[in-house]
Design a protein around this ligand. Sequence first.
Ligand SMILES: [Mg+2]
Length: 228
Amino acid sequence: VIDAVVLDVEGTTSPAASVTGPLYDYFRRHVDRWLDGTGPDVIDVLDDVRRLLDNPDADRYRVAEFLHLLLDSDVKSEVLKRAQGAVCHTGFTCGELQGRFFPDVPPAVRAWHHAGRAVHVYSSGSEHNQRDWFAHAEDGNLSPWITGYFDLDSAGGKTDPQSYSTIRSVIGVPSERTLFLTDSTAELAAATAAGWTVAGVARPGEQARPVGAWPWIAAKGGSLASGQ
Ligand SMILES: [Mg+2]
């Protein structure tokens, strides 16, 4: 019996190439102008970057340069994540950014919800970006069917079994009654080690191949809902 479903995003609900690339591109193109704003989130980011630079007089150009540098070096940074969440939020609300999902995902999410299963998301993308991705999906708002979102800050790394124990304690469903769907064998191994029920997702055009002893949805007709 499955009471909760936890979904990976890149390669599982959404084409991997549709997620990080477009969000990073949007951020690169819009962060400079965003920093010209006067909202409280802009002021907070300016203050935090100036502190990191140890330079209270750093102008907005210098702050933008630093944020670009963080993005390009793939450094995990709280202030970058906050700036990305805010900048991309504008992109989502104006329609320039949209969550893209494989066609079986919206019906599967609705079916799980209506069957009484809580649906959660666990992705390395920030919770703010995850929320926008599901709320501003190409085919409509999926957020009414999503109970919660976990990212690296709230849950920990996706290949660490402890992260799955952390999520389990938050969603309050026994491990074996929680189904995790992902395209990553390292994540399948970690969730299995935490006692979760898992299924791999191998989609045409994505990188994952069905290997190991886990059940894979590719062999069951390709719909996420067949993994329950
Ligand atoms: Mg993935």
